[in-house]
Design a protein around this ligand. Structure first.
Ligand SMILES: *Cc1c(COP(=O)(O)O)cnc(C)c1O
Length: 337
């Protein structure tokens, strides 16, 4: 939906390699049927991002914090590259929520969220949100004819001239939602709005718990390493202070001594954690990607995706942190000998 007003057959999006697996799939395969493509680059290699932008690029796409791995995007630097290329920066802000980061303040033009995660907060809804800053000048070039030229799909309305800062949003509703049908159902919207009422409180608890659990795990001899940007050992610790100063989210991975088998045993022995692929739930969640979501990948591809055989992903909930740690402690005792 976010790309639809921007793209035409032959256009591309320059995307970070560190993205949610579903987005990589969509960008690699599904968007090809529209004649669009993605050019994947390491978003920490700013020169490579800049070099990847060509005459057919219509957006740069990254995530605030990408999982697994806890990579934090340098949003101001990517926004500056997007500015020079004359295209919007689109940021998927799902894993931190607007409470921890507001990407528009760091230069993003568009922000997308899976409302399925922290916004709703309890796994009752699948939904998504596209937020436009209203700051992009769609008429500054010939790149965005759906917004800057008469739109044949909507009575030849020139959206930018007629609607100014609301051009992108109205195009998305009048053409995108109308023709592509990704409209949220009313009950889902109701649950999401109720969830958002407690977003701030929940996020405070998520980051407080995640920080304590990550520190406890990092100090445990049964654990090989923990990738949480809130830890001093993280290469993204300094960037966390800049991009997510209130906390580095509730999601991280840990590697276990004992490898694949120990990870499977850990999952089997956890009692408080739910074993699901979701994230951002009030309840603590766990998944061993290598034996589930990333099972079809080769070991090399699993490692590249941050889902090595010895890695488990935790989404830390808002329970009493001592209960979370006690559950991990007893499951680790059963898993790692
Ligand atoms: C889950 C997720 C999505 C997709 O959201 P759905 O609501 O499952 O469609 C997109 N981006 C990120 C970062 C996610 O975690």
């Amino acid at each position: 939906m976010a790309l639809f007003p921007l793209m035409r057959p032959g256009c591309n999006v320059v995307a970070s390699t560190r993205l949610y697996g579903g987005t990589i799939q969509q960008f690699t395969n599904t968007i090809r049927t529209f004649g669009w493509s993605a050019k994947f680059v390491d978003s920490d290699d700013l020169a490579a991002v800049e070099a990847a932008c060509d005459a057919h690029t219509r957006a740069i796409f990254c995530e605030t914090i990408a999982n697994p791995g806890g990579y934090i995007s340098d949003l101001p630097a990517l926004a500056a590259i997007a500015d020079r290329a004359g295209v919007p920066l689109i940021v998927d802000n799902t894993t931190v929520s607007p409470y921890l980061c507001r990407p528009i303040e760091h230069g993003a033009t568009l922000v997308v969220h899976s409302a399925t995660k922290y916004l709703t907060g309890n796994g009752t809804v699948t939904g998504g949100i596209v937020v436009d800053s209203g700051k992009f000048d769609w008429s500054a070039s010939e790149k965005f004819p759906a917004l800057s030229q008469p739109e044949p799909a909507y009575h030849d309305l020139t959206f930018h001239a007629a609607l100014g800062a609301m051009a992108f949003t109205f195009h998305s509703i009048a053409v995108g939602l109308r023709d592509l049908g990704m409209t949220m159902n009313p009950q889902g919207a109701h649950y999401t709005l109720m969830g958002i009422e407690t977003l701030g409180l929940r996020m405070q608890r998520h980051v407080e718990n995640a920080q304590k659990v990550a520190e406890w795990l990092e100090a445990d001899p049964r654990v090989e390493f923990v990738t949480y940007a809130g830890l001093k050992s993280s290469p993204y610790h300094d960037r966390a202070a800049q991009i997510v100063p209130k906390g580095a989210g509730g999601l991280f991975t840990l590697a276990l001594k004992g490898g694949y088998d120990a990870c499977v045993k850990l999952i089997d022995n956890l009692k408080l954690f739910s074993h699901v692929a979701n994230l951002g739930d009030t309840r603590s969640l766990v998944i061993h990607s290598a034996s589930t979501t990333h099972r079809q990948l080769s070991p090399e591809a699993q490692i590249k995706a941050g889902a090595a055989p010895d890695v488990v992903r935790l989404s830390i909930g808002i329970e009493n942190v001592e209960d979370i740690i006690a559950d991990l402690d007893q499951a680790l005792a059963a898993a790692v000998v």
